[in-house]
Design a protein around this ligand. Sequence first.
Ligand code: BT5
Length: 236
Amino acid sequence: MITFDVRHYDRIGSTNDEAMRLAREGAAHGTIVHADEQTAGRGRLSRRWLSPPGNLYLSIVLRPDVPEARVVEIGFVATLAVADAVNALLPRRLRATLKWPNDVLVSGGKIAGILLERSDDALILGIGLNVLHAPTGVSYQVSTIVGCGGLATVDGARERLLSEFANWLGTWEKEGFAPIRTAWLARAHPIGSTIRARLGERFVTGTFAALDDDGALLLDTAEGRTRIVAGDVQMA
Ligand code: BT5
C-alpha cells in the first residue's frame, strides 16, 4: 500500500511543477505537494486551472512499475478516487458522474480536474478539487462540494481523497485495469449516450459504445466505430 509524505505550501505557482522539481531531486513514490493556493495552476493543453484559496490543489509523485502504454490507466484510478471521495462528502441524493476521460461532474458542473504528466522516470498526478470556491470566468458550469450541500474542509477532503486513491491504486496494482474499467463504467455516462468528440481540427458525433481495454473511448459514428485515445468530449 502506498504511503504518503505530504509537503504543505501556502501559495505556489503550480503543485505539478513543484512535484516535478522534487521528483528530479529523487523524491519517493507517494511524495505529495499540497498548496492552499496556486498562482499558475495548469489544466491540460496549456489551459488554466483557477486556484483561489478554499479548494484542494495537490500533486503526487508516482513511480509505478508499468510499461509506458499503461500509464494512462492511472488517470482512471485517480478519477475513481476523486469520484468516491466526492460521493463520501456529498449529501446522498447527489452522486458524482464521470465523463471520458477524467472529468468528475456533480449536477452537471465540473468539480475536479486531473492532470497526469511525466517527469523523467516519475509521473506527476495533479488533482484540483473544488471544495468551497467556484471560480468565475470559466466557460462551463462549475460545482463545489459545499455549494452542492456537502460538508468538507480542504484538509478533510484531502484525507478522504488520499485514502480512496490508496485503495484504488492497490486494486489496480493487484488486479490490473479490468476492475478499474468496470468501476469507471458504473459511474460514467451510460452506453448509448450521444457524445461529440474533437478529432484534431474536426468534430465527430456518435454514441458511446465502450471503454476499450486500454482506456480508449469507442464511439459508434456514421463512419463506423471510432477509437479515441486522447482529447476532449462533450455530451451532445
Ligand atoms: C483539467 O484540465 O481538468 C486538469 C486540471 C488539473 C488541476 C490540478 S490542481 C493541482 C495540479 N497543479 C496544477 O497546476 N494542475 C493540477 P482541463 O480538462 O484542461 O480543464 C481546464 C478547464 O477547466 C479550463 O479551461 C477552464 O474552463 C476550467 N476550469 C478552470 N479552473 C477550474 C476550476 N477550478 N473548476 C472547474 N473548472 C475549471
